[in-house]
Unconditional design. Structure first.
Length: 294
């Protein structure tokens, strides 16, 4: 195993015939095993999306293979001393990012702005609205300063949120997500509702932090692997752990009410007595102990 794991996130919207999906999945699966990778890659009729980890050489070889098969990608790299994924997995999905509307299909390079353009806009323009398209569990541990949080439980709620939004349709809007893929669809959803001046951060938060670790970002960025989140320097979090009850990031250290083992839980679960415990098993033990004997 490598001393340091290279982690890369990538996506590409590209038409793939449904009849080619099974073979595409098999080839990606084979490549991952060949280069000794870990992580999850999704393939659908709308493209490919993944976050993977391995040795620097293995990741380099996989990038070459992927671009030979599907064309140019933008890769967002980071690093970890610990293995961020347990296994290598490739899955066929209906969408590579689920907005629950298959008619929303990105068609290319639509209104991207570079990290520098994004940074300069936030530094110099006041009359601009910034929207975070991620879920609540992600926004609660970090956001761009003064951004709007739609409080989404899932990305599939974004279209409805836009319909009910009172943001002026002539307002300049900037939107962002972790690596850029959700904004590809979110931007189209806003344009369909009549928003004319909407822009997305190319490569997402991860791409911005690579160039501006001391910029306009506040907090940590949730990632979909065992690191939980990364700080502004893209280093694995030293603050957050996955809550053993709900799986959201948490930073509250407690002594388990059942076995007294020290653990970390999230703020929401801390409000429930049975969840001030280190595991679902201990939560059940605690609940049973509260039932009066008959």
């Amino acid at each position: 195993m490598p001393d340091t794991y290279t982690i890369t996130a990538f996506y590409k919207f590209i038409a793939i015939e449904e009849s080619d999906l099974a073979n595409g999945r098999s080839e990606l699966q084979r490549a991952g095993f060949k280069f000794r990778l870990f992580g999850l890659t999704l393939i659908s009729t709308e493209g490919v999306n993944g976050t993977i980890a391995g040795s620097a050489e293995g990741i380099r070889e996989f990038k070459e293979y992927l671009q030979q098969e599907y064309g140019e990608f933008v890769f967002k790299d980071s690093y970890s001393q610990d293995r961020p994924f347990k296994r290598w997995l490739v899955q066929i999905r209906d969408e590579i990012v689920a907005i629950k509307d298959k008619s929303i299909l990105p068609d290319g390079d639509r209104n991207h702005i570079s990290p520098k353009q994004w940074h300069d806009t936030l530094s110099n323009e006041e009359d601009v609205v910034v929207i975070d398209t991620r879920n609540i569990c992600e926004t609660e541990i970090g956001m761009f300063k003064d951004a709007i949080d739609p409080r989404l439980n899932s990305f599939g709620e974004f279209t409805e949120w836009v319909r009910n939004s009172d943001i002026d349709k002539d307002q300049k809007v900037l939107m962002y997500c972790t690596g850029g893929i959700r904004c590809e669809k979110a931007l189209i959803a806003m344009q369909r509702e009549g928003y004319n001046e909407v822009y997305q951060l190319k490569g997402g938060i991860l791409n911005y932090l690579k160039d501006y670790p001391e910029g306009h970002w506040d907090g940590e960025c949730f990632v979909f692997d065992n690191r939980v989140s990364v700080d502004a320097n893209l280093n694995p979090s030293e603050r957050y752990s996955f809550c053993p009850h709900c799986g959201d990031p948490g930073d509250l250290t407690i002594d388990c009410s059942s076995c007294e083992k020290q653990t970390v839980i999230c703020k929401t679960c801390s409000q429930e007595n049975d969840r001030n415990t280190c595991s679902k098993h201990c939560a059940e033990v605690y609940r049973r102990a509260q039932v009066p004997a008959k």
